[in-house]
Write a protein that binds this ligand. Structure first.
Ligand SMILES: Cc1cc2nc3c(=O)[nH]c(=O)nc-3n(C[C@H](O)[C@H](O)[C@H](O)COP(=O)(O)OP(=O)(O)OC[C@H]3O[C@@H](n4cnc5c(N)ncnc54)[C@H](O)[C@@H]3O)c2cc1C
Length: 442
């Protein structure tokens, strides 16, 4: 190498080193690990702190009797661009998703999905056209946006927004396609959150429903994937490329000093991927913006139970069991019962819980519902996990104060936020948002 080239290579080396930052990431869920991936790509050095002894956060693949059961996030449509690019790099094995759907009709008999509207497909088509037009009217539903630039109407509860925009009648199938993840609260969930999700999941859901009419159809939905060894495998594979401090909870961050249950460290910048109320409790000198934003958030409690029963024989080729009369009661909202594993005995149920409900009460309500509605007399709860889920902006029009707070939130004192509250509740939006923040601020 001649001396000019040598000097040039040294120049590049030291320039990159001069810009390389020491970054701490708090949390090893979808958003924290994706942020770490893109930080590393930019040449920064990354340390991840995770309070649990496992990575994945709200993706939690639980193994029981040789079956992998997903207690949290599980499905990845082919439209999830960021996640699928990570899957290609880190290589967990995807598999197509079963699509056979059964409904319990009003006479308590199981039936295949037969459409939701008595007035038939024409009316449905008209409604769907309105829905598509609405997507064109609100470009913020199609690309990542700062919350402050989102139309306030999109923060209306989904049912009100749907009435206003004339697609109320097509809500049931859309809502059902998401019910397994606890999104079924059209009276509560802001339209923005739901519609972002519908956009990726609805086409696949519709495909699934249509499949149910075709006697020769494949029992799988082609555009929808889950993971053979569990979704956690993706996040575990990613984590193996980083310095991840498991079981090390971050307690405080102040002036670039980060204290954990095991020590105190100095970093150039910190990315927090926990939910915002947790972030607020970690940041010792929270800005006004963080205070305003934290105060504006609401949350859901969401209980997932794995149950074993022999009372549902012959249903094993069907993956979803929806209850048609999904009413919101004071305490509980059982959404659906799911068996993704083609196993005769293992099922998952989802319950939304009000804040004051204890686990014991939740269990009794579950038992009552499962017995009364499904006719299941004998069942055993094998595992339960409660997610403190949906820290989201309330379903009222977005206040200018919150919008401004959000706009100013990033970067104060070298602290950045990714993840919940900013990500609209799917691993894709968590990952997409983390990628966007790293690209914009680092
Ligand atoms: C039942 C259920 C079903 C779902 N289904 C799907 C689905 O099918 N497809 C889909 O894409 N999404 C689904 N989701 C949503 C998806 O799982 C979440 O949106 C996503 O995993 C959130 O990722 P995150 O990184 O933002 O947050 P999290 O996963 O919550 O990660 C935050 C991490 O921070 C850690 N942490 C918190 N406090 C501290 C601290 N003080 N110090 C150190 N670490 C800390 C936590 O332990 C956690 O690991 C589902 C969620 C649930 C609950």
């Amino acid at each position: 190498m001649n001396s000019f080239k040598y000097v040039f290579v040294l120049f590049i080396f030291f320039t990159i080193r001069a810009f390389a930052l020491d970054v701490a990431v708090v949390g090893a869920g979808a958003s924290g690990l994706t942020a770490a991936h893109y930080l590393k790509k930019q040449g920064h050095s990354v340390t991840i702190f995770e309070k649990n002894n496992r990575v994945g956060g709200k993706v939690y693949s639980y193994k029981i009797d040789g079956t992998v059961i997903e207690l949290g996030g599980l499905v990845v449509p082919t439209g999830f661009k960021t996640i699928n690019s990570l899957v290609r790099i880190y290589g967990p094995r995807p598999q197509v998703f079963p699509s056979k759907i059964l409904f319990l009709n009003h006479n308590n008999q199981w039936q295949k999905f037969k459409g939701y509207s008595a007035l038939g497909p024409v009316r449905t088509l008209v409604q769907f056209k309105k829905l598509l037009r609405m997507y064109r009217r609100y470009p913020e539903l199609n690309t990542p946006h700062l919350i402050s630039t989102i139309h306030p109407d999109l923060f209306l509860p989904l049912d009100k927004f749907a009435r206003k925009n004339g697609f109320y009648e097509v809500l049931p199938p859309l809502v059902m396609s998401l019910s397994a993840s606890g999104y079924l609260y059209p009276e509560v969930i802001p339209a923005y959150y739901a519609l972002k999700l519908f956009k990726t999941i609805a086409p696949i859901g519709i495909h699934g429903y249509l499949d149910n009419f075709n006697p020769f159809s494949s029992p799988y939905i082609k555009g929808l994937r889950s993971f053979k060894n569990g979704y956690s495998e993706l996040w575990e594979n990613m984590a193996s490329h980083f310095d991840v401090r498991l079981g090390e909870k971050v307690i405080s961050i102040e002036g670039g000093r980060l204290s954990t249950t095991k020590g105190t460290y100095k970093f150039d910048k910190v990315i927090i991927s926990t939910d915002i109320p947790t972030a607020r409790s970690i940041v010792m000198k929270p800005s006004n913006e963080l205070e305003v934003f934290t105060m504006s958030l609401t949350k859901h409690r969401f209980l997932v139970s794995v149950i074993r029963t022999r009372d549902l024989p012959g249903k094993k080729r069907h993956s979803f069991f929806f209850y048609p009369n999904m009413t919101i009661s004071r305490v509980n909202h059982i959404l659906s019962m799911v068996n993704f594993w083609n196993d005769d005995e293992l099922y998952i149920t989802y319950q939304n819980l009000e804040n004051k409900i204890s686990w014991g009460e939740a269990h009794d309500i579950l038992a009552e519902d499962v017995r009364a509605t499904l006719g299941v007399k004998n069942f055993e709860v094998l595992k339960r996990v409660e997610w403190s889920y949906f820290h989201h902006l309330p379903s009222d029009p977005l206040s200018p104060e919150v919008a401004t707070a959000l706009q100013k939130l990033q970067g104060q004192d070298g602290i950045y936020f990714v993840g919940e509250s900013l990500n609209f509740e799917s691993t894709e939006s968590a990952a997409e948002n983390a990628k966007w923040v790293v690209g914009k601020y680092f």
